[in-house]
Design a protein around this ligand. Structure first.
Ligand code: ITT
Length: 206
C-alpha cells in the first residue's frame, strides 16, 4: 500500500512492549480506522477514551503533539493521538482546527448553507498523528483533497463524511466502507506514515 505523508522524529529512553499501543480518543470511528492501519504494520491498538484533553490552537499539529504529551504524562504507556480538520477553500480554510466545534454547532447542514451558491467547493481533510513510544516521538502528516457535495450522501463513517468526495472517487466518505475510506483518507496516511517510521526505528534500535 502506498500512502503520501511525511515524518519527523526525536527521542531518548528505553521501551516496554514492542507492539501494544493505546489510541487516545473519544471517537470510536477514528479508533476503528486507525486500528485497521496499525494492524497492517503489526501494532495492536487499544482505545483509551476520556484522556484527550482540550488543547486550543490554530494548528492541528500543535493540538496533536500537546495532546499526546499530556496523555503520556498521565498514563506513561506507549500511545498515539491523531488530530484532524476539514479545510474548505472558499471559506479560506475554515473550519480547519475548529472542525469539531463547527460539527457540534452548525453541523453538516450549516456548512452546506455557508457554501450555498459557491462554485468553488474544493476542500481538504488534514491530519497529524503523534506517537510516543519511548525513546521515540514520531509525527506523521496526511492529507486528502476533494470537494464538498451539494447534499449529504451515505450514512457510514462520521462527522463530515457524507458531504466529502475525495479526488479519484465518485463516492462520498459516507458511502464508503472503512477499507475504502482508508485507501484515501488523511488519517490512514498520517497514521501509516508515523507507525511505519516508528517500526523502522524500533527495528534499527534492535
Ligand atoms: P478526538 O476525541 O480524537 O479528538 P474528534 O471527533 O474530536 O475526536 P478530531 O478532533 O480529529 O476528532 O476532528 C475534528 C472534527 O473534524 C471531527 O469531530 C469531525 O467532525 C471532523 N473530521 C475529522 N476527521 C474526519 C473524517 O475522517 N471524516 C469526517 N469528519 C472528520
Amino acid at each position: 500500500m502506498s500512502r503520501k505523508g511525511s515524518e519527523e522524529s526525536s527521542g531518548a529512553k528505553h521501551t516496554p512492549s514492542r507492539q501494544e499501543l493505546l489510541f487516545v480518543s473519544d471517537n470510536i470511528h477514528k479508533y476503528e480506522e486507525v486500528r485497521a492501519v496499525a494492524r497492517e504494520l503489526g501494532f495492536d491498538v487499544q482505545l483509551m477514551p476520556g484522556l484527550k484533553l482540550e488543547v486550543q490552537s490554530d494548528s492541528i499539529e500543535e493540538v496533536s503533539r500537546k495532546s499526546a504529551i499530556l496523555a503520556y504524562l498521565l498514563v506513561g504507556r506507549p500511545l498515539f493521538v491523531e488530530d484532524a480538520g476539514l479545510y474548505i477553500q472558499a471559506l479560506r480554510g475554515f473550519p480547519g482546527p475548529y472542525s469539531s466545534f463547527v460539527y457540534r454547532t452548525i453541523g453538516i447542514e450549516g456548512v452546506l448553507k455557508l457554501l450555498e451558491g459557491a462554485s468553488d467547493r474544493r476542500a481538504c481533510f488534514k491530519s497529524v498523528a503523534t506517537v510516543i513510544y519511548e525513546p521515540f516521538i514520531v509525527v506523521g502528516h496526511g492529507e486528502v483533497c476533494g470537494f464538498i457535495t451539494d447534499r449529504p450522501r451515505g450514512s457510514r463513517g462520521f462527522g463530515f463524511d457524507p458531504i466529502f468526495t475525495p479526488d479519484g472517487s465518485e463516492k462520498t466518505f459516507g458511502e464508503m466502507s472503512l477499507e475504502e475510506k482508508n485507501r484515501f483518507s488523511h488519517r490512514a496516511k498520517s497514521v501509516y506514515s508515523a507507525l511505519s517510521r516508528l517500526k523502522k526505528m524500533m527495528e534499527q534500535s534492535g
